[in-house]
Design a protein around this ligand. Sequence first.
Ligand code: CP
Ligand code: NVA
Length: 309
Amino acid sequence: AVNMKGKDLISIADLTLEEIYEIFDVAHSLKQKLYTNEPHRYLEGKTLGMIFTKRSTRTRVSFETGIYQLGGLGMYFGPNDLQLGKSESIADTARVLSRYLNGIMIRTFDHNDVVELAKYADIPVINGLTDLLHPCQVLTDLFTVLEKKRKLQGLKLAYIGDGNNMAHSLLNGCSKVGMNIAIASPSGYKPNKEIVANAKKFAAYMGSKVEILDDPVAAVKNADIVYTDVWASMGQEEEAEERRKKFAKFQVNPKLVKHAKEDYLFMHCLPAHRGEEVVDEVADSPNSVIFDEAENRLHVQKAIMALVM
Ligand code: CP
Ligand code: NVA
């Protein structure tokens, strides 16, 4: 087996294909164990610090439940709980927390803060979302696709909407596992060029494609998966009105998904702004796996914690 002990999980781009599939294997086995009530207290007595400077439903609840089920303890720190950022540097916080904890999960705005924390921490740091990336979500999404489609390589994922943290981690994840990815976004909201260029390299190696398009119909054509995310992310609340106008043609609705394969999966990291990026007819259709994705956050993150801690 692959040894990931002590590793950080900051970006899917840093993982090998073997490590990605190791996470999926362990997640599958942990899911079975949970369903059959088989003990799996692999992190007995260990502690995970969970630092949040942004809101969260899924990430917080799934990490905290997950570490508890593994026999450990999760500690939640909200925006006003630590000295961090106000009266203590990231580096000193990392050094201190490393003396108490066995792992840190962090959700925050600036991706560089997570990189900095990991640099000075002696314990694994897990990225629970930054403005740039959301790796735990996309590992979970790929695991969910694997469960439903029994393969990843060669499938086509269409992402419709903002070139944000989800788009970036999907670019990393799909290209690493050899899935084709087509992204349609309005101009001015395209994904990060460096991440696209890097994804194209991974994709070339795996024999898959990366397409950055303007037209949602072209992106969705023949897709196995149609993915979307909110038009205004956390921290962009004041842009919401302007974005509603600019993204109006990028809604995932019955007319758009007609261009996908008949057995396409609809995916969304959630929270969904129903009536904006997606409508109920799609989000609640038999093709939708949004709540399986949400559930799988638990199993996949338990796998990540068990492997790196
Ligand atoms: N998908 C996701 O990360 O959800 P939360 O913001 O609720 O954690
Ligand atoms: N792009 C969204 C994802 C939430 C899970 C955000 O950053 O708010």
